[in-house]
Design a protein. Structure first.
Length: 395
């Protein structure tokens, strides 16, 4: 049975299959689901872009529509375009499955299970949060319209998810537009959730690889103690040098973990650069718009939902990328603590070169310009606050 049918990765498989992005789907099923998802996403994004361009002379329309338009066109469009090249994702998924087959049992398999379970938990919680935001964001006009219909002597101005009344008669086509919008936003949110969660699954697997190396390096201590009881040997026969063989195995595993990290970073480098630029602009405009609203409950709820989703999105990716940095640099610590002074000279030489490489952390880069980390996440928030202040001063 494939590891992707297990409880650890099944939700990732389902989320990507809904969009037609699962690389192991049949061609017919994949093309069909991809066509449906693209139909809603592209048409909805085109409607937003059309309304923005048509109302470009009206500053209020530009401010209200720019954030959601940028999210759909650049962020969601970038994610879809990046993952339509399924060979990138398939390469990573093939590596994950190959690792599980190579380690079917034992302590290292327990480590893989632990981090795969963490990946599943992250996927479940992130999906719940993002789909809850989808409900609040997309259904608010319908909910408020229903509430006001039961209130005596109260009227409610019909509003869509964005300013589109200058190109379409919203009041006439309100029900049809809302059904279309709810489905379209569902697919848009699904793109973000599915691609972010498979990224995190890869990060967690990479973390597990580093943890397996740590486990094997810590075995050197017990081997050292056993050898010390017999004799002090600086140059034992290779066949009798158990520590040397452990280190050789660790180096091979380390090389595999580094290669996996490199492929993961290169597969997302350009996407993350576009993502960060879009998020900074979108957060700045939507936060400024939120501060300028006056007693517009539906718009306030939608903007809060949008801002929370954007912050959650970038925080989630930054947190997972930071975890990769932490675990990759942790290899230095375990090498320092492995009682290297009691092992053979040939083993020390191997550790010396491994320690030199371990001093350089594995990082997820955004276009080779920006490191995805919690420290830089704070920098993004500071930049957004600065831009919001600037926009408010121009108002």
């Amino acid at each position: 049975m494939s590891v992707y049918n297990s409880r650890y990765y099944y939700l990732n498989k389902v989320l990507l299959s809904i969009l037609g992005l699962w690389p192991y789907q049949s061609r017919l099923e994949g093309n069909l689901t991809l066509t449906i998802s693209l139909l809603f996403i592209v048409s909805f994004s085109s409607l937003e872009l059309w309304s923005l361009i048509t109302g470009i002379t009206d500053l209020s329309i530009v401010i209200e529509n720019l954030s959601s338009t940028l999210i759909n066109v650049f962020l969601v469009g970038g994610k879809m375009a990046n993952h339509l090249y399924k060979y990138k994702m398939k390469d990573l998924l093939d590596r994950i499955e190959e690792t599980w087959k190579m380690i079917p049992t034992g302590p290292e398999n327990k480590i893989l299970q632990k981090y795969a379970e963490e990946s599943r938990s992250f996927t479940v919680y992130y999906s719940l949060i993002m789909y809850t935001i989808w409900i609040f964001y997309s259904t608010m006009p319908v909910v408020l319209r229903g509430i006001y219909s039961f209130l005596p002597n109260q009227t409610y101005e019909i509003k869509f998810l964005f300013r589109v009344e200058h190109v379409i008669d919203v009041e006439k086509y309100f029900n049809l537009l809302m059904i279309y919008a709810i489905i379209s936003v569902f697919y848009i949110v699904s793109v973000v959730v599915a691609i972010d969660c498979i990224f995190v699954a890869c990060i967690q697997h990479n973390t597990a690889l580093f943890e397996c190396i740590r486990f094997n390096m810590e075995r050197i201590r017990s081997v050292d103690c056993a050898q010390a009881e017999t004799q002090w040997m600086l140059k034992p026969n290779i066949a009798d040098d158990e520590v040397y063989h452990i280190i050789i195995g660790c180096i091979k595993s380390y090389k595999n973990a580094l290669n996996f990290s490199s492929v993961l970073s290169s597969a997302n480098s350009e996407l993350f650069l576009v993502l960060l630029g879009s998020v900074i602009v979108c957060l700045s405009f939507s936060a400024a718009q939120l501060m300028l609203l006056d007693n517009q409950l539906d718009a306030i709820i939608r903007l809060i939902s949008l801002n929370v989703a954007e912050l959650m999105h970038i925080y989630y990716l930054s947190l997972m990328s930071q975890q990769l940095i932490n675990y990759s640099t942790g290899i230095q610590e375990v090498i320092y603590n492995c009682d290297w002074y009691t092992i053979s000279l040939r083993s020390r030489q191997l550790l010396k070169f491994t320690l030199l490489r371990a001093s350089k952390p594995c990082q997820i880069m955004a276009g080779n310009l920006y490191v995805m980390s919690m420290e830089n996440f704070g920098s993004i928030i500071k930049a957004c606050i600065s831009y919001v202040t600037m926009l408010l001063s121009l108002q």
